[in-house]
Write a protein that binds this ligand. Structure first.
Ligand SMILES: *Cc1c(COP(=O)(O)O)cnc(C)c1O
Length: 396
């Protein structure tokens, strides 16, 4: 019996599956296993190694103790929907109706997958920047879409606006952006975002924006694309509590969009997870209502960690541009005499006791050579861990 599914052809075309239909062992799994085997410091995967705010953790424990353990409503618990609406108003001046324009999801990942499944027709094009968050390629393929990319190039990873204009056509159904950007740490300029809105209008495309690092920018304010003139009526804004509250394992995400779009996405979401994380939902609401000092505190804290790791990498001989947001730094190993980052990452535990991820893991197969010498390092780790990593890298 051949075991297959409709998404397999697209996924093979996108290089996500081998010719025999098997998933190629992911570089993330390989590097994590390598870190465990060698005792190297794992700066590969982007999850924090410290707990988030105690009041948020306590609120989840309390919810479990108080019996918040059954299916919550399909759109999410009102306490969280209302907290999301208050958050959009407080930080961005966006007024969203919690009853009709917000949806709670199983992480940003389900928000993305339900959105793409709800809004794409087979063969519709989705434009993203490249390198791209690795899930995008798989999710676009699952939804039967065709992935087109606009390359971001070192050192600053800002897009060429002419290339962006050329990539968006009448075949484009969705422009999918991620701002602040994983893996490059770039924050897109107002000019770039305005161009995206103008192109969406010109070609009647929708904008889907993944803003999970919205509170993790360094010296630059986050600008949600939905706040730009003409954007809101065609934009789905996605975020998650995982990165903001250091609770990546809770998988509580959300989206906001015009009511008709939310309804279309809800129709898909009810057949994916239906609902998730009942006791975590009121806890996320507590987090979203934390005072401004919490939010400025996490950004300042992470900026200091960025500087610590950037200093270590620079001293070791890497070339890099300090990221302006996210958990990640991209460093070029070419200056150290290592033109092949995949090979370099496999030997880095021996060379320096540290693990990173080659940027090619975030690229289409045909574009990997352009990014061959770049490595992504995560700095969402304890200060003592980053200090140790910096001193180990100095051996290079
Ligand atoms: C971590 C991450 C996600 C996934 O968020 P979850 O809430 O864990 O599903 C989505 N997009 C980007 C860019 C991320 O870095």
């Amino acid at each position: 019996m051949t075991i297959t599914g409709a998404w397999r052809r697209t996924a093979q075309g996108a290089g996500l599956l081998g010719a025999d239909g098997t998933i190629s062992a992911s570089i993330f799994a390989e590097m994590t296993a390598l870190a465990m085997r060698t005792g190297a410091i794992n700066l590969g995967q982007g999850f924090p190694d410290e707990d988030g705010p105690t009041v948020v953790l306590e609120a989840a424990r309390e919810a479990i103790a108080n019996g918040v353990n059954q299916y919550p409503p399909g759109r999410g618990m009102p306490v969280l929907l209302e907290a999301i609406a208050r958050h959009q108003q407080r930080f961005y001046g966006l007024t969203v109706d919690p009853a009709t324009e917000v949806l709670v999801t199983a992480g940003a990942t389900e928000a993305l997958s339900a959105t793409l499944l709800a809004l794409l027709e087979p063969g519709d094009e989705v434009v993203t920047f490249e390198p791209f968050y690795d899930a995008y390629g798989g999710l676009i393929a699952l939804a039967g879409g065709v992935h087109r990319t606009v390359r971001l190039r070192s050192p600053d990873f800002q897009p060429d606006l002419d290339e962006l204009a050329a990539a968006v056509t009448d075949r484009t159904r969705i422009i999918l952006i991620n701002n602040p950007h994983n893996p490059t740490g770039t924050v897109f300029s107002r000019e770039t975002l305005e161009q995206i809105v103008a192109l969406a209008h010109k070609h009647d495309a929708l904008i889907v924006t993944d803003e999970v690092y919205e509170h993790l920018t360094f010296g630059v304010a986050h600008l949600p694309v939905a706040t730009l003139p003409g954007a809101r009526e065609r934009t789905v804004t996605i975020s998650s509590g995982g990165k903001t509250f250091s609770t990546t394992g809770w998988k509580i995400g959300w989206l906001s969009a015009p009511a008709a779009i939310v309804t279309a996405i809800l129709a898909v979401k009810q057949f994916l997870t239906y609902v998730n994380g009942a006791p975590f939902q009121p806890a996320m609401a507590v987090g979203l209502d934390l005072p401004d000092t919490y939010y400025t505190g996490i950004a300042d804290d992470l900026q200091a960690k960025r500087d610590l790791l950037a200093g270590g990498l620079t001293a070791a001989g890497f070339t890099l541009t300090a990221p302006r947001g996210s958990y990640f730094i991209v460093a070029d190993a070419a200056a150290l005499g290592h033109p092949d980052a995949a090979e370099f990452c496999r030997s880095l535990p021996d060379l320096a006791g540290v693990v990173g991820i080659p940027i090619t893991a975030f690229c289409l197969p045909e574009h990997k050579p352009e990014y061959a010498s770049l490595v992504r390092f995560a700095f969402c780790k304890r200060v003592d861990v980053l200090e140790e990593a910096a001193s180990r890298l100095a051996r290079l």
